[in-house]
Ligand binder design. Structure first.
Ligand code: ZN
Ligand code: ZN
Length: 361
């Protein structure tokens, strides 16, 4: 599909929902949502989706870029984006204005109310665009696959360099340098490299600490490619693992496989979370699994759905989520294994290509 056609299709889906909810226009300020709906990749923008079309606002720095990228919306480049959008709304729109409550600042919302006055009605439309973003189209899946593959190649590149004495930050630096050389626009988040007892920190940012002679090392990282994020975690063991280390690793792997096994269309995400939790509880490790099982990934590293306890949202084909159970034992160490998984018509496909059996270095 031609890019402009896919943006028109996405905007039309939003428009249908607005009509159903009796909202005349939606003010979109969250940049990943702006990008999803009109293709703009810059850092200053506002988009108004309304019954007849859409209007895009940016400032002078982005005139050329906006002309190239934004082909399915009316263009305004006199900026700054929000005041320009509000002036346009005041002139051309009436009726209820939808806004993104989870993304607008108090200051910006006062500006909205000040500019449009009390006659305008406002409706919080938080999550409206994100709901469409959960199900990826073919173009998005292609980009996500490319990002995941690059992540896998980076792990192959870095794995031989993991050894006692090397600083966590040096491994992260090597990983991130290579990511850029291989085409990544950036990392999806600050790379996690956590060795020894630091592996018990679920989000142990790579530090200057050298890796110990024995113990687990958790590596959790991702790249951004064509705007789409990857996310993977592998845990390796320095030195010969004892029986307990093998047992812990085996339990996390079993939990991860059980959760993947539960991924299929129609399944409530809470049940996927429960599948992982059940395995770890049976191994007596339930209380060491201190976070949720996974999250959606796409233009943002964390986006809906949340694969967490008691969540009732049902999986649909085209959703891409992570499955990442872990155990973290204070003063001892931690293990997490994370793959990206695509929900298919019949079950799921694990996108992450990297092996998961316990690697000893
Ligand atoms: Zn991760
Ligand atoms: Zn993740």
């Amino acid at each position: 599909m031609h890019p402009a056609a896919s943006f028109e299709r996405r905007q039309q889906l939003v428009r249908n929902t607005l009509a159903r909810r009796r909202v005349a226009a939606l003010l979109v300020l969250h940049l990943p949502n702006v990008r999803y709906l009109c293709g703009f990749t810059g850092s200053a923008a506002a988009l108004v989706v309304h019954a007849q079309g859409s209007a895009f606002f940016t400032d002078g720095r982005y005139i050329q870029q906006a002309r190239q990228e934004v082909t399915a919306s009316e263009l305004f480049t006199e900026g700054p984006p929000l005041p320009a959008a509000l002036a346009w709304i005041a002139k051309h729109q009436s009726g209820t204005l939808g806004f993104e409550g989870t993304h607008i600042t108090v200051a910006d919302f006062s500006l909205v109310r000040h500019s449009l006055g009390r006659r305008t009605q406002y409706k919080d439309a938080s999550g409206l665009v994100e709901e469409f973003r959960m199900v990826k189209d073919d173009g998005e899946l292609g980009r996500l696959r490319a990002a995941v593959d690059l992540g896998g190649r980076l792990f192959e590149h870095i794995a031989p360099k993991i050894r006692p004495g090397i600083a966590e930050a040096k491994l992260a630096a090597e990983l991130e340098y290579q990511a850029r050389l291989w085409g990544a626009e950036g990392m999806s988040f600050e790379s996690i490299v956590a060795g020894g007892i630091r592996s018990a920190l679920p989000h142990g940012r790579a530090s200057q600490q050298p890796l110990p002679r024995r113990g687990f090392v958790v590596l959790d990282f991702g790249v951004i490619l064509s705007g789409y994020c990857s996310d993977m975690t592998r845990t390796v063991h320095l030195g010969r693992p004892d029986a307990r280390a093998r047992r812990l690793y085996g339990a996390v792997l079993k939990a991860q496989l059980a959760a993947i096994d539960a991924v299929r269309p129609g399944q409530a995400v809470g049940r996927v979370d429960a599948a992982a939790r059940k395995v770890l509880a049976a191994a007596g490790l339930g209380r060491y699994f201190t976070h949720s099982t996974g999250h959606g990934v796409g233009l943002e590293i964390h986006e809906p759905p949340r694969i967490a306890k008691a969540q009732r949202l049902k999986l649909q084909p085209g959703m891409v989520i992570t499955i990442e159970p872990g155990v973290y034992i204070p003063g001892e160490g931690g293990i997490r294994i994370e793959d990206m998984v695509l929900v298919t018509d019949r079950g799921c496909e694990v996108l992450t290509p990297t092996a998961k059996e316990l690697t000893v270095v």
